[in-house]
Design a protein around this ligand. Sequence first.
Ligand code: COA
Length: 466
Amino acid sequence: MVETLGGAESIAPFFSPRSVAIIGASSKQKKIGYVIAKNFIESFAGKLFLINPSAQQILSHKCYPNISSIPESVDLAVIAVPAKSVKEVLEECGEKGVRTAVVISSGFKESGKDGAKMEEELVSVSRKYHIRMMGPNCMGVFNSTTMVDTLFIPRYRLKRPPQGKIAFISQSGASGIAFLDWAAGERIGISKFASYGNAADVDEADLLEFLATDEETKVIAMYLEGIKEGRKFAKIAREVTKEKPVIVLKTGVTDSGAKAALSHTGSLSGTDEIFNAVVKQTGMIRVYDWEEMFDIARALAYQPAARDNRVAVITNGGGAGVMIADELEKHGMALARFSEETTSKLKEKFPPHVTLSNPMDLGGDADNERFREAIGAVIDDDSVDSLILTCIPHTPAIDLESFVDMVVDTKGKNNKPMIVCLPGGRVSLEVRELFEENGIPTYPTPARAALALSALVRYGRLKNGS
Ligand code: COA
């Protein structure tokens, strides 16, 4: 792994501190310092210290007037005081021996020249005391295991997602919140989240390097507006993609977007051509909106990478099969040619109206057993690298109660990825949720299913070096 200032171990205390101090904790419900304090009181198992110059207690929790008065050591400081006080507070943290700090406060580089100067001062303080600083102007960190949660959105407005394998890092707090809300709503598990704002010290490359070593994370998704140090980022990203997939959503690609990024997080976006070259060179997977990011992340988190690009399509609806075939080709995948053995075995069992070529159309009267036979046969076929199952669940022969269990039983067989496409409204939605809960990524349209599968093919090729 590439060496950076501090390395991955200097980032770990952001996610797994033994003790946390919240500076700017407040008892006023509408304040950011209240929400953060409440999050920690509700679910953080480590030691917690609240700092407020005048309060004795907040939410029945003892308060300290400043960090120096805390009798024990502090691993992580969360700073939510107005910008003009942050430098002094950070100095005090340094004197106290705190080596990790999240600065939530805005009013730095993103707000113009004076703010930029104040931000430089924070960087000097953090260098002087060897503090790793996340932010300023950020949401900070969420870890679904340790329940470090510096997000200042109340939990009744943003349910926290369950534990899972996707890590998400985002320069933008709002993008991060949108992603987390989506994940929570669809009950998709998140391992770790970080919104790192202006990236004055800790940047995307540091977080990437840390997440590569994190055993709870199987796939890393990133939202970027700019890259702080291009070379460092490219070098680390190239190493990380050898270990786990990295999905990247890069914005600020037009003149208008670049200007917006500058005033949002003070980022210089760089040209899209250069970024595409970095993506190619590093093996990251580039996406263009949240939905794509989410769709691909789910596939990479829960399914193995594909050996190659030969896909089996099994359906009970001819039209869906045709649409999938189109989408597969658009994404550089091919319909597998089933072996003689597969087709003759199924021919004996199935009625004559079943189409045994690929897409395999089992017919509108297909029941669970017909699907089970077909899935088992194609997964065992050496000419198949992956499977898209597209089902119209509304047909009468399908027993919805046991359909999901039947498919889940075949999951992971021969280490071949499986994606499900279930078009339609209410009934499909219910079945989609059951598949997701069982680790089978499921999509409402052929285009989204094929895109997700294409990421498994691309990542498989990167791993094979082909
Ligand atoms: N040490 C400890 N506590 C301090 C302090 C210090 N040096 N200075 C102030 N405080 C206390 C205040 O007394 C107050 O507590 P109180 O409610 O009991 O009076 C609390 O900290 C907050 O300070 P306050 O002056 O009331 O500020 P605020 O809550 O209105 O705003 C920020 C503080 C950080 C939230 C605000 O400046 C800010 O930056 N908001 C934007 C944040 C943002 O959007 N970040 C980016 C997200 S992507």
